[in-house]
Design a protein around this ligand. Sequence first.
Ligand SMILES: [Zn+2]
Length: 413
Amino acid sequence: MKDSYSCVVEPAGLDRSFDLHRAAYERIFARLGLPAIAVQASSGSMGGSTSVEFMSPSEAGEDLVVRCPGCDYAANTEKATSALPVVVDGPGPDVPERFDTPEARTIEELTRRHDVPAERQIKTLVYVVDGRLTLILVRGDHNLVEQKLIDTLAATAVRPATAEEIQATLGASPGSLGAVGVTGLPVLADEALRSRTDMTTGANTDGVHLRGVSVERDIAVQCWADLREVTAGEPCPRCGTPLEVVVTIEVGHIFKLGRKYTETLGVSVLGPDGGRVVPIMGSYGIGVERALASIVETHHDEKGIVWPVSVAPFEVAVVVLGGSDEKVAETAESLYRRLRGERVDVLMDDRDERPGVKFRDVELIGIPYRITVGARGLAGGTVEVTTRATGETRAVPVAEAAEHVRKLLTAAV
Ligand SMILES: [Zn+2]
């Protein structure tokens, strides 16, 4: 990562630095030919408030981004939310009822064997948050996003509890856990469980569940939060359009850090009125190596890389066919020198190899334009100019070749 930092006295100055960096990075990604979605993100361990990630769609990526095709809503799954349809429950019994479930240890088994739909179940997860056993409740068909848990509790160390820790505290094994009647442990619940009634959950006795559970009546929830993972097809929180989930590579991340580091480091400066002021910081990272890798992922075909001209290590390759022919060698050399003289990055392939080998090498390493100089073309006064991206080849008079390529390069950036 290449990082840039801003240090200002006024909050408005932070907003301005942040917006300028965001705009600059968007221009950089556009020039690199790299599609990058700006998404809301978690600030993670860096802390701070607003945080925007630049995510480039790629099957080779490691991060999931939720994006709306109907408006500009986009967020990392660590931050994404959706407008779930309201589930209408029956009132259920006055108190929860125990029932035996000896062979139902998962959400799916409870659905299959006892006819309880996943969205009517409460999934109870047990985590150790900063050393303290904590119960996390999500709907049966939902998954927890650990980063949301970390952000909600401002936690520094979060891990799933072991089966032994769970047994020692709750007296049951995973598969029969629940939060009904649990006191003395923090209980967090996802917003999708708010107001739900007639639900099913584990009874903290192996092989037993409870049905008819009314979440707010029967469970001592201490904290409600958005903790669940959004999945494709759920309605956009802004416009209701079904959301897409895209695999991406993170190529940049910018934060409004605030005073977290200047306060910690004891940094202060003189303000306009001569008094001491703690500056406000922003942090702006762009992944140089990641950007290169993402460009290759975005710009390639079965033959190899297709570099955009703006980042191609060489823009043009002069490929010499039959270099022992004096006229061929002279023409190639002259084109090479002329293009270099015009500050074009040009590579000359005068190896004693078959044409197919040379062409495949230029395609593999992705040089945007190839000028092929051979005796057959020169007999008609031409060389061939091939565009890597399209494969299109044109015969161009020798005298016009350098200018022709220069125009192609200018049009491409
Ligand atoms: Zn939308």
